[in-house]
Design a protein around this ligand. Structure first.
Ligand code: FAD
Length: 280
């Protein structure tokens, strides 16, 4: 099933809000840089100040010699502002972007979000083929989608607008991913769709986040972890074991690569990487 000659491995970070967080992130980045990722992406908050943090981290990654891929969404910004951001990234030599609709941030009710396919169209209109564009995909379907078919129809719209590949929301159900790929194939999506891999680091946060974002934590995983109560060490070990097994199965079945949600921590990612015997 070796459909892809070279697999692509990437890491995602979020921009810290404090200098202390930045220091910690630099340390995490330098540990993960030894794994030679194809690129590192940096998430994009919805409000002005957090957006500037993204640019700062992107610049640091780029200057360290690793390809950086900023995430981008319109949020409440004007076309002029987004065009300016695109030009800034182009000027410093960024060639990859993750284009998203984003969500309405708390305290910013009334903002009309711009769908990701429209952002992709905008990026192509303003910057031609300069950027390699990644978009989001949801094997367990986006929580606001009308239904399964419409959601993959809109994923196709993102590719039709000029996206090159997609990164999925995290999942712990491999069948959901492979079924999704089959359905995408049926409607003519042949671009790479990279599984997004979430290590299990902080279980309570993961549960809270999963309820809102279109990812399900299977009952057997919840039960196992709840049984560990406050034993964080056992939770982390179990998380590393099951996520490694899941990645192993994915890699054995012809996927284009893996995108790791690092949560700005290196330990679990390095352990999973070692378990998979991936090259450095
Ligand atoms: P879209 O593709 O625009 O889809 C949003 C919803 O609208 C879906 O239900 C879809 O079915 C529907 N839809 C899509 N297009 C249309 C259309 N043209 N007309 C009508 N309906 C439509 N969030 C952040 O805030 N910052 C980040 O950095 C960030 N990074 C992410 C990275 C990845 C890999 C993933 C998977 C998600 C990320 N998110 C991020 C979360 C994301 O912003 C949310 O899931 C958001 O709700 C949807 O964004 P999208 O780009 O998938 O939206």
């Amino acid at each position: 099933m070796a459909k892809y000659k070279e697999r692509c491995f990437s890491f995602e970070f979020f921009p810290p809000k404090s200098e202390e967080g930045n220091k910690k992130l630099r340390d995490v980045r330098s540990q993960l840089a030894t794994l030679n990722p194809h690129f590192c992406s940096v998430t994009y908050g919805a409000s002005g100040s957090t957006r500037e943090h993204t640019k700062g981290v992107v610049k640091e990654i780029h200057e360290s010699g690793i390809a950086a891929a900023p995430h981008l969404s319109f949020g409440a910004d004007s076309e002029e502002k987004i065009a300016e951001i695109l030009n800034d990234y182009k000027d410093i030599g960024i060639t990859r972007l993750v284009a998203l609709r984003g969500d309405v941030p708390s305290g910013m009710g009334g903002v009309k979000l711009v769908y990701a396919n429209e952002l992709v169209e905008f990026i192509r209109a303003k910057t031609g083929d300069h950027f390699e564009i990644y978009v989001a995909a949801y094997p367990e379907i986006h929580p606001q989608a009308t239904n399964y078919d419409t959601d993959i129809h809109y994923l196709k719209a993102k590719f039709d607008a000029g996206a090159n590949s997609a990164i999925t929301q995290y999942f712990y159900n491999i069948d959901a991913y492979f079924y999704f790929i089959e359905q995408c194939d049926k409607i003519g999506i042949s671009a790479p769709i990279y599984p997004g891999i979430m290590p299990i680091i902080n279980f309570n946060n993961l549960i809270r986040f999963s309820d809102n974002c279109g990812a399900e934590i299977p009952r057997w995983i919840r039960q196992r972890i709840e049984g560990y109560e406050d034993d964080n060490n056992s939770i982390q070990q179990f998380g590393i074991e099951i996520v490694s097994k899941m990645c192993e199965k994915l890699l054995a079945n012809g996927i284009p690569g893996l995108h790791f949600y690092t949560m700005n921590q290196a330990h679990a990612i390095k352990a999973i990487w070692d378990n998979l015997g991936l090259k450095q």
